[in-house]
Ligand binder design. Structure first.
Ligand code: NAD
Length: 321
């Protein structure tokens, strides 16, 4: 059975669905702090908090866990600058609780949701796995700390892990059963959709003079189901090779904020107000992933490589929810 920690959230719930569709048994462990009970439509659900070791032990006692996928975290870069305390507590200390309980129960396979934020301002794009790690905020640092802790747990305890560094997760379940629902929402695609739906007055573009194709920031948008698929490939890799590894996950193509706004207008066929604001500190001009390593070693490739389709799945879900 696979334990999905944070499986009531956006990416974890999509991965849970895909695992079940592929014949895996799952149990979701989540405290529902930012997740949604009604996103756990597949497998078992165990309500618990990573901060509480007894919750973890009870879950590992109740289910025969073979591997763990760890999605749970606080995820807002801006908030992490103001509240590093809660970010290091939940993303680092609570993850160590999880790793230690895995160790107690002799569970040796782990997949970790890491992030492009470990690279900070990249020196080169597309960003390859061994690009220098230089996170510039507590969120990115908390993820890098776990990557480093995992290296030590592998050495000392033979824990085998995969770090998946997601670029901009986006889109929704094409069947429309689950989607992206953060509160507050900080991600560009849903925020722009809110503007199209009239739930926001406008969408704000931060910075128009970046050294990019149209002056706005460029990001690599990867569909949430492609991330889910990488987790399945990751589990197979761990089972087949019993070795640890790290992979960057993106489409390998960059779209500017302005382009995303235009695509939402096209997909929704709704015009809405766009405001321009100063650049935000800590926003690199361009973040694009190289996913060659994941393709070569995991045999993974994104199925949603068309940005219009990615946005369309998000639009469909937001419109029916
Ligand atoms: N969304 C993105 O674009 C993106 C990009 C890169 C990396 N990531 C990483 O992917 C992971 C999932 O992101 P998401 O967008 O699905 O976030 P999310 O907030 O939707 O999901 C996180 C889940 O973890 C749960 N959780 C948080 N703290 C917990 C605790 N102490 N105990 C038990 N459950 C807890 C929440 O209730 C929620 O269900 C995170 O680790 C995030 O850092 C996300």
């Amino acid at each position: 059975m696979i334990l999905i920690v944070g499986g009531a959230g956006y990416i974890g719930s999509h991965t849970n669905k895909m695992l079940n569709q592929n014949g895996y048994e799952t149990v979701v462990f989540d405290n529902l702090s930012t997740g949604h009970r009604d996103f756990v439509k597949w497998g078992e659900f165990f309500e618990g908090d990573l901060a509480n070791i007894d919750d973890l032990r009870n879950c590992f006692k109740k289910y025969k866990i073979d591997a763990v996928m760890h999605f749970s975290a606080l995820i807002s870069v801006g908030e992490s600058v103001i509240r590093p305390d809660i970010y290091y507590q939940n993303n680092v200390v609570n993850t160590i609780n999880l790793l230690n309980v895995m160790n107690e129960f002799d569970v040796k396979h782990f997949i970790f949701s890491s992030t492009a934020a470990i690279f900070g301002y990249p020196d080169t794009c597309p960003i390859v796995e061994d690009h220098p790690y230089q996170p510039i905020n507590p969120y990115g640092k908390s993820k890098l700390m776990i990557e480093q802790i995992l290296e030590d747990y592998d050495r000392a305890f033979d824990l085998k892990y995969i770090c998946l560094r997601y670029f901009n997760a986006s889109g929704a379940d094409p069947d429309g059963e689950i989607g992206e629902k953060h509160d507050p929402e900080n991600h560009l695609v849903p925020l722009t959709i809110f503007a199209a739906q009239g739930k926001r007055e406008s969408i704000k573009i931060f910075g128009t003079e970046y050294p990019t194709k149209d002056g706005t920031c460029v990001r690599d948008y990867i569909h949430v189901n492609d991330l889910a698929d990488a987790h399945i490939k990751g589990i197979q890799y761990l089972q087949n090779t019993n070795t640890s590894n790290c992979f960057n996950l993106g489409n390998g193509e960059g779209y500017s904020v302005q382009e995303i706004v235009d695509i939402v207008k096209k997909v929704s066929q709704i015009n809405f107000k766009v405001d321009h604001a100063d650049i935000r500190e800590g926003d690199p001009p361009t973040l694009i992933s190289s996913s060659d390593k994941a393709k070569e070693i995991l045999g993974w490739k994104p199925n949603f490589n068309d940005i219009d389709t990615i946005v369309q799945t998000a639009w469909n879900w937001h419109n029916s929810n």
